[in-house]
Design a protein around this ligand. Structure first.
Ligand code: GRF
Length: 213
């Protein structure tokens, strides 16, 4: 069984979705860079191993990332799932975990990298928005795409309403992607492409437009 760790900074709803999916692996730790992250309490209440590595306790990004990497490796973490982890990771960290480091981003990348994606989508007037699970590379929110899910932008949408519609899809596709990696069905090839058991795309898993609205 592969061992995976989940990195969080806050609420942890994607972490919950991953845990509740009963992934084919062992959760080796829920690690937060913020002591007050609500997700930590949820995990601890379920008997999951938790750890705090407070980024404020380190003099530099490199020192924080070194401590984080050491914690992951001490726990035997093979797959690292970023779930609302709000720290930019150094190139050294990203390279150390290349092909084993995955993120969920609340937009259809490459559109709207960075923060405030729902506000940006509304301001741009897009009709379709969504979320992306991708392997992490040194450039922010730009790594090879594993699965995306799309939702409609509806008349009168607020950023909050749109975020909720997207979040429901995040909770669906992140466990799908993690499961596919843990079972070996999906991997990052040496040339930087995502390979699905020889296929270019997982049939039926790439797009979801809910019927609501
Ligand atoms: C999610 O929208 C995720 O895509 C983004 O930050 C948010 C975290 O939410 N990276 P949660 O902590 O998983 O509830």
């Amino acid at each position: 069984m592969k061992r995976y760790v989940i990195l969080i900074s806050g609420r942890g709803s994607n972490m919950q979705a991953l845990i509740e999916a009963n992934l084919p692996g062992t959760c080796a730790g829920i690690i937060s860079n913020r002591p007050e992250a609500a997700g930590l309490a949820w995990a601890a209440a379920r008997g999951l191993p938790t750890a705090i590595i407070d980024h404020k306790a380190f003099p530099s990004r490199e020192a924080f990332d070194a401590a984080l990497a050491a914690e992951i490796e001490a726990r035997g973490g093979e797959l690292v799932l970023l779930a609302g982890f709000m720290r930019v990771l150094t190139e050294g960290f990203v390279r150390r975990f290349a092909g084993r480091l995955v993120n969920i981003h609340p937009s259809l990348l490459p559109a709207f990298p960075g923060l405030h994606t729902h506000e940006a989508a509304l301001a741009a007037g897009v009709r379709i928005h969504g979320c992306t699970v991708h392997f992490v590379t040194p450039a922010l929110d730009s790594g090879p795409i594993i699965i995306q899910a799309a939702v409609p932008v509806l008349a009168g949408d607020t950023a909050e309403a749109l975020a909720a519609r997207v979040l429901a899809q995040e909770h669906r596709i992140y466990p799908q992607a993690a499961r596919a990696i843990l079972t070996g069905r999906c991997r990052l090839a040496d040339d930087g492409r995502v390979v699905w058991q020889g296929e270019a795309t997982p049939a039926g898993a790439a797009l979801c437009v809910p019927a609501e609205g």
